[in-house]
Design a protein around this ligand. Structure first.
Ligand SMILES: Nc1nc2c(ncn2[C@@H]2O[C@H](COP(=O)(O)OP(=O)(O)O)[C@@H](O)[C@H]2O)c(=O)[nH]1
Ligand SMILES: [Mg+2]
Length: 330
C-alpha cells in the first residue's frame, strides 16, 4: 500500500525521473511520529485503553471489552465481529498467549481490514481527470489544493484546477489561493454558472496547454440532496462527453468526525457517481478513527488519502499498516 506520494501516483516514469525513492529512515520516522501524534484521540480510546484494562488475561471478559472498544472507535459491527472472532479462535488454539501477542495480532488484523481494492491513482492519461465530490465542509477544496501542491512540487506534474463549486463565490477564491500556492493553473466561471461547463472548459484547456492532471472541485450543498446528486451526475456526463474514459478517478471526501453518518453519505454518493477512492479527513479531531476500517469493509472502496490536520503535510497517502500501528501502539 502507498506510503509516499510517489507510490500513490502511478506515473509510468522511471523512478529516478521523479523524486528521491529511498525515503531516508529519519524522515520516515518523523512522518510516523506525526501520524501517531495526530491520531492520539483514537489511540487513547483504543491503544491506551487496551493496555490499561485488557492485558491481564485472555478470557471472555477481555474479548467483550475489546469488542466494545472497537465498536466505540467506529470500526463497525461486521469488521469488529470478524476480528474478535478470529482472535478468540487463535487464543483458544493457543497461538495467542499474552497481551503482547494480542496487540500484535490485533494490529495486523486491523491493517488487513483497512486494506481493500487498488489504492493507487493512475496518472497515465492525457490528461488524467480527477473529480472531487463530497458534502460541504468535508475538505474537498483543501484536499485538491494539497494534492495539486504535491503533484507540482514533488512529482513535477503540471496541474489545472477547475472551480466547479460555482455555488459560492468564496469557494472559487479558496481554490484560487491554493492554485497560486501550488503553482497550478485554474479555470473558473462567474458564481452561479453551470459547473458542467467549467469542467468541460477545463479539460479542453488542459489538452490545449498540455497539462498532465485536471482536478475538478464541486459543490457540496445545493437546495436539496436530489438537486446535488442530479448536478453531480450531470457534471460526470459532461466530462465523459469531452473525454470518454474520464473521470479517471472520483474521490469522495468524508469527515471522520461524522462517523457512521459519513458512511451513509458515501453510500448515497456511490449511487450517483462511481466513487473510486475515499479521502478521509479530520482524523485528528476524533476518537473514532476506526471509521477508516468500516469504510473499507462496508463500502469496499479503498481509502486513498487521509487528513490528519490542516497543514500541507497532514494530507497523506493511506497506509493501513502504519495506520493500525499508530492507533494501537502506545
Ligand atoms: N483538523 C482538520 N481540518 C481539516 C482537515 N481537512 C480539511 N480540514 C478543514 O476543514 C475545513 C473545510 O474544508 P474545505 O476544503 O473548505 O471543505 P469543502 O467544503 O468540502 O471544500 C477547512 O477549514 C479545512 O482546513 C483535516 O484533516 N483536519
Ligand atoms: Mg469547497
Amino acid at each position: 500500500m502507498p506510503r509516499t506520494w510517489q507510490e500513490l501516483f502511478v506515473t509510468g516514469e522511471a523512478a529516478a525521473a521523479t523524486a528521491p525513492q529511498e525515503e531516508p529512515q529519519e524522515r520516515r520516522r518523523g512522518f510516523f511520529r506525526r501520524l501517531r501524534e495526530n491520531l492520539s484521540k483514537t489511540r487513547q480510546a483504543l491503544g491506551a485503553e487496551l493496555q490499561a484494562s485488557v492485558f491481564q488475561r485472555l478470557d471472555d471478559e477481555t474479548f467483550e471489552r475489546l469488542e466494545e472498544m472497537l465498536i466505540y472507535a467506529d470500526v463497525g459491527a461486521p469488521a469488529t465481529a470478524r476480528i474478535v472472532e478470529r482472535l478468540e479462535t487463535e487464543a483458544a488454539g493457543g497461538t495467542l498467549a499474552s497481551g503482547e501477542d494480542l496487540t500484535r495480532r490485533l494490529t495486523e488484523l486491523l491493517a488487513e481490514a483497512a486494506r481493500t481494492g487498488e489504492a493507487t491513482i493512475d496518472l497515465r492519461h492525457d490528461p488524467t481527470v480527477i473529480l472531487m465530490v463530497g458534502v460541504n465542509g468535508t475538505g474537498k477544496t483543501t484536499t485538491i489544493g494539497k494534492i495539486a501542491w504535491h503533484l507540482q512540487k514533488e512529482l513535477g506534474k503540471s496541474v489545472l484546477l477547475a472551480a466547479g463549486d460555482t455555488f459560492r463565490a468564496a469557494a472559487v477564491e479558496q481554490l484560487e489561493a491554493w492554485a497560486e500556492r501550488a503553482g497550478s493553473d485554474i479555470v473558473k466561471a462567474a458564481p452561479g454558472s453551470d459547473p458542467g461547463a467549467v469542467a468541460f472548459d477545463a479539460i479542453s484547456a488542459a489538452r490545449a496547454r498540455g497539462h498532465d492532471v485536471v482536478i475538478i472541485d464541486t459543490a457540496g450543498r445545493l437546495h436539496t440532496q436530489d438537486h446535488l446528486m442530479d448536478e453531480l451526475a450531470k457534471v460526470r456526463r459532461v466530462i465523459a462527453k469531452q473525454m470518454p474514459e474520464a473521470p479517471h478517478e472520483t474521490l469522495l471526501t468524508i469527515d471522520a468526525t461524522t462517523g457512521q453518518n459519513g458512511l451513509r453519505q458515501a453510500l448515497l454518493f456511490r449511487e450517483t457517481v462511481d466513487v473510486t477512492g475515499i479521502v478521509l479527513t479530520k482524523l485528528d479531531g476524533t476518537a473514532k478513527g476506526g471509521i477508516a476500517l468500516a469504510i473499507a469493509q462496508e463500502l469496499g472502496v479503498p481509502v486513498k488519502l487521509i487528513g490528519i490536520g490542516e497543514a500541507l503535510e497532514d494530507l497523506r497517502p493511506f497506509d493501513p499498516d502504519d495506520f493500525a500501528r499508530a492507533i494501537i501502539e502506545v
